[in-house]
Write a protein that binds this ligand. Structure first.
Ligand SMILES: Nc1nc2c(ncn2[C@@H]2O[C@H](COP(=O)(O)OP(=O)(O)OP(=O)(O)O)[C@@H](O)[C@H]2O)c(=O)[nH]1
Ligand SMILES: [Mg+2]
Length: 441
């Protein structure tokens, strides 16, 4: 058996700051720091003390505020020591080197949270919530992840119901001679359909939650001179993209961020489309096209003051089933047209509040009724898998494929549910999950 390592890593970003925190976690955490700071006051649990840290040659590295949090009542479940250093990367690096020389091992991404999961201090769902809190681009996103409570309970409730249905089906398989009550079959199928609907509803929380945690990307496309850059500037509230009455002003993709009531939106202004595009405009169009793949919403922008432009039909056709809103600009100069979802003027500001509302709706409004919210792509994928298995199981019962097929699907749903909630914490599952975390978390 190998000894449990003691890990060390910076817990704050690399760079100059008032304070930088270095975290150690593992059985030797306190001993290692005691070797760096032989002089200080007696160690007292959960009390901060000022200690002078030295390298192996006794040369001063920094005077630090040191907090000792003995396990198992610590974040990781192990002994944890946090060093609040002066926020200088040279000092941080030297202190980490000294810790390593004294026996610590440098922690990889998410290693501390992984220790917490392995020690049973945190469940997998809670670990993902920690990641989402750190990742969230707005305080609303962070709050969603912090108030996550419900997810584990919801999944546990599903599990109980599924086990009951599975037991019922097993009983039928064990006694094939007995008359199968049609009413009972229907009741079981209805129960499964109900769970399926719940799984779909839970899966649907990921879109709006993702917009709040990771943000959403909105691209503006349309003919030249439609007013795309003007619209971007109006939404941002300052001039970020050049505006001119010459067609073909924008070539590069111009990016700007806004916080729309807790949803971080990245707006992309793109080169306008026209028949005989110059070489540079064509390059701009290609650049924009490449970015469209990872947008959540496309605004197709047209000027109401210009005749209908065939380029728009081409652009719309190229969008496939991608979510879009059609916007007519220049409302101060021309009447709205029925093909547009919204009409506005960036000169008078008319229609802009309605656009903000539409953006908020399109990037996902969270249902107040949602008992729980998903906070990661992994959770979303698994919940969709559960929903699929439940749908197949209900179908098998309804279509007389029989309880054997239904039971099989139920077991798949159950094992997916276990993988989702972390009952199944295999090495490879943890490896994949924590690879995305930041160092020191
Ligand atoms: N009256 C009026 N003029 C507008 C409006 N929006 C944009 N404009 C004007 O239309 C012209 C083109 O605007 P831009 O924002 O540069 O248009 P664009 O779609 O970015 O154009 P390209 O970058 O060339 O594709 C400019 O002269 C703007 O001042 C509007 O709502 N009303
Ligand atoms: Mg432009």
């Amino acid at each position: 058996m190998t000894a449990t390592p003691t890990l060390v890593a910076p817990a704050t970003p690399w760079g100059r700051s008032a304070v930088a925190v270095v975290r150690l976690s593992g059985p030797a955490a306190r001993d290692i720091v005691a070797r760096l700071a032989p002089a200080g006051p007696p160690w007292r649990a959960r009390r901060a003390s000022v200690r002078t840290l030295c390298d192996a040659d006794g040369r001063t590295l920094d005077r630090a505020l040191v907090t000792w949090m003995p396990g198992p009542r610590s974040y990781t479940g192990q002994d944890v020591v946090e060093l609040s250093l002066h926020g200088n990367p040279a000092i941080v690096a030297a202190v980490i080197d000294a810790c390593v020389a004294a026996g610590a091992r440098v922690a990889g991404p998410g290693a501390f949270t992984r220790q917490a999961v392995e020690a049973g201090r945190l469940g997998l769902l809670e670990a993902e919530a920690v990641d989402a809190v750190v990742r969230a681009s707005t305080v609303e996103g962070a709050r969603l992840a912090l108030d996550r409570g419900g997810l584990g309970e919801v999944l546990a409730g599903w599990r109980t119901q599924l086990v009951e249905v599975a037991a019922e089906l097993e009983a039928r398989l064990d006694h094939p001679g007995e008359e199968l009550g049609l009413a009972e079959d229907e009741a079981l199928a209805a129960g499964l359909s109900g769970l399926h609907a719940q799984a779909q509803a839970l899966a649907a929380t990921w879109g709006p939650a993702r917009a709040r945690i990771d943000g959403a990307v909105v691209a503006l496309i349309g003919p030249v001179n439609a007013g795309k850059s003007s619209l971007l500037n109006a939404l941002v509230g300052q001039t970020r993209a050049l505006v001119s009455d010459q067609p073909g002003t924008t070539r590069d993709v111009v990016e700007a961020r806004i916080d729309l009531d807790g949803v971080a939106l990245t707006l992309l202004d793109t080169a306008g489309a026209r028949e005989h595009a110059t070489e540079l405009e064509a390059q701009g169009a290609a650049l924009a096209q490449a970015r469209l793949a990872d947008t959540d919403l496309v605004l197709v922008v047209e000027s109401l003051a210009a005749p209908a432009d065939p380029a728009v039909d081409r652009l719309l056709a190229g969008l496939g089933d991608r979510p879009r809103l059609r916007i007519g600009t220049h409302l101060d100069r021309a009447a709205p047209r029925p093909e547009h979802d919204l009409a506005l003027s960036t000169v008078t500001g008319q229609g802009l509040p309605a656009l903000r509302d539409a953006l908020r709706r399109a990037t996902g409004e969270l249902s107040q009724a949602a008992a729980a919210v998903l906070v990661s792509e992994r959770q979303h994928g698994r919940v969709l898998d559960v929903a699929d298995h439940l749908a197949h199981a209900a179908l098998a019962l309804a279509d007389d494929l029989g309880p054997a097929v239904a039971a099989q699907e139920l077991y798949l749903a159950l094992s997916t549910l276990d993988a989702l909630s972390g009952a199944d914490t295999r090495e490879d599952v943890l490896d994949r999950l924590f690879a995305r975390f930041c160092i020191g978390k």
